[in-house]
Design a protein around this ligand. Structure first.
Ligand SMILES: N[C@@H](CCC(=O)N[C@@H](CS)C(=O)NCC(=O)O)C(=O)O
Length: 328
């Protein structure tokens, strides 16, 4: 049974209320509001941590011992790995380490096991699911894998270490900084704990299916491999991040795709929120992707703020770090 409670005494839990004004970092955060608009497939909506009352559930349980291992690994990776993510990278190393990461998670997060009506019209609807996560977190990976398998789209609010805006929202919603955190605006459910989230998603959107074989258990075995192989990419806020897009970017991706992973890492390090359109093999959104991009390849990134669209991970990376850097 899911550890769901109804926190009637928790007035700040409100998936539909507007977000609090973002706290300013010491570096003033620029806004893109005056930039030209491009193609918009999904409308941006503020995070759900405002004042108000709603039917909401919360699972606030402590992290497991594997979480403790991660809390040891994360500072270590922060210290050893990463480097300036905006610098020109060796693409062979990037693609090799990301491919090996995909190999480590081979059976999970690549194809759709059951499609959900939740995504019947992804080009016009804003996803009801909001995921607060960071790319390097194995527990968040488990949830993103489940979302690919369920063909679910979500608003992703990256919460890298050092993040100000989105981590504040998470604390307001659930009372602590623990990731992943899921908000399902269509049911009012808010929950921590990746295993519970995966079970909830399958129960709610899986049309009777159970999580795919080994999905839950495998996180402890190989879920951390991409985190290590990618040397902590997608874990820490880049020190020149800070430009807040007026409208959410839109990324066509599936969890275990080699190139999409590299793009998601960048979005995370820049703390740029985006609409994640999962298009695993068999996805109901494949035709939409084909119409928009002329191909079924992911990643495909659309920035409605500037009109930028590309399916080339290197072009996307250089665009993101140029566009969303406070140094311009
Ligand atoms: N049992 C939890 C563990 C979650 C967990 O330990 N997450 C880590 C990141 S991998 C976390 O929230 N760390 C705190 C932080 O990053 O500030 C789950 O399965 O969701």
């Amino acid at each position: 049974m899911l550890p769901l409670t109804r926190p009637a005494d928790h007035p700040r839990l409100c998936p539909h209320a507007p977000a609090p004004a973002p706290r300013r970092s010491p570096c003033a955060r620029a806004s893109l509001r005056s930039r030209p608009r491009g193609l918009t497939l999904g409308r941006a909506r503020p995070p759900s941590a405002g004042e108000g009352e709603t039917e909401t559930t919360a699972a606030v349980t402590s992290a497991t011992s594997s979480g403790s291992v991660l809390s040891f690994l994360c500072p270590l990776l922060k210290f050893l790995g990463g480097g300036d993510p905006s610098q020109e990278r060796n693409d062979i190393v990037e693609v090799t380490t990301s491919s090996l990461s995909s190999l480590a998670r081979l059976p999970w997060g690549s194809s759709v096991s059951t499609s959900s009506e939740n995504n019947a019209n992804p080009s016009t609807s804003v996803p009801a699911l909001q995921l607060y996560e960071f790319e390097a977190c194995p527990f968040c990976r488990r949830v993103r894998e489940a979302m690919t398998e369920l063909d679910l789209s979500a608003e992703v609010y990256p919460c890298p270490k050092g993040s100000l805006r989105h981590r504040d929202v998470v604390k307001k919603i659930g009372g602590k900084e623990q990731f992943p955190l899921l908000v399902d605006a269509s049911t009012g459910v808010t929950m921590y704990e990746s295993g519970d989230i995966v079970k909830y998603l399958f129960k709610q959107y899986g049309q009777g299916k159970n999580p795919s074989f080994g999905l839950l258990e495998s996180t402890i075995l190989t879920g951390w491999v991409p985190t290590l192989l990618r040397a902590g990419r997608g874990m820490t806020l880049w020190n020149k991040a800070g430009v807040v897009p007026a409208d959410k970017l839109e990324l066509f991706s599936f969890e275990n795709n080699t190139y999409a992973r590299i793009v998601r890492e960048a979005l995370c390090e820049l703390e740029v929120p985006y609409i994640l359109q999962n298009v695993g093999e068999g996805s109901s959104k494949m035709d939409l992707l084909l119409r928009i991009s002329g191909s079924k390849q992911v990643p495909y990134l659309i920035d409605p703020n500037t009109g930028f669209q590309s399916g080339d991970h290197r072009k996307i990376m250089s665009y993101l770090f140029r566009q969303y850097s406070i140094s311009g």
